[in-house]
Ligand binder design. Sequence first.
Ligand code: AP5
Length: 204
Amino acid sequence: MSSIVLFGPPGAGKGTQATAIMEKTGLPQVSTGDMLRAALSKGTELGLEAKEYMEAGKLVPDELILLLIEERLKEKDAEKGVLFDGFPRTIPQAESLAKITQVSMVISIEVPDENIVERIVGRRMDPETGEIYHVKFKPAPSEIQDRLIQRKDDTEETVRSRLNAYHTQTAPLAGFYEELGILRRIDGNQDIVDVTNSIIDLLV
Ligand code: AP5
């Protein structure tokens, strides 16, 4: 069992790039953000506990995240490894992960802070397909415009706290994985297709 981690600041393009990596590797995507939003919309205890952290742009406590991950990794499709998206996000999460699965590569999508706010504020999601769009960089087809939704934490104010959480708690993980020799840096400040091609080059 060997997994891949997609790493980067909010809005770096982790969710956008996950599809191409899944197609190339056959690994299922495990996005802690998506799992938390699903728990929240189902009204589970864990979802309700996570809500205030997510809406404030803060990280959800490690214990809750690790519970979600442990449960998810017991599922059959995770036997051969998974594509983690948005996990791990703290050193304790990475240390716990190392005890339960082997990580073969960490793909760090690097985008300067000044580009992040525009990406996040312009993001729109299709609730039917899960597809991620952007009002300027990846406009949705006109026939589905009416059903698009905007994430509650995609406001300029919340993005600033999410970026702060990223720099203080998550960015140090790059050094953690660099020391293990498995960190691969990608310039995320290019067109979506060029970022995809750079990632695919890493996977051959
Ligand atoms: P999560 O859902 O993981 O959010 P995030 O890490 O902030 O990442 P995003 O989903 O915002 O961005 P992305 O990198 O996937 O970018 P995307 O592809 O959509 O987490 C949400 C919250 O849950 C956290 O704040 C925290 O509270 C909690 N949480 C989750 N995991 C946790 C954990 N492990 N520990 C603790 N708490 C946790 O792209 C963004 C936009 O840019 C889109 O509109 C897209 O179309 C556009 N775009 C993408 N690539 C490009 C490009 N190359 N050029 C131009 N536009 C682009």
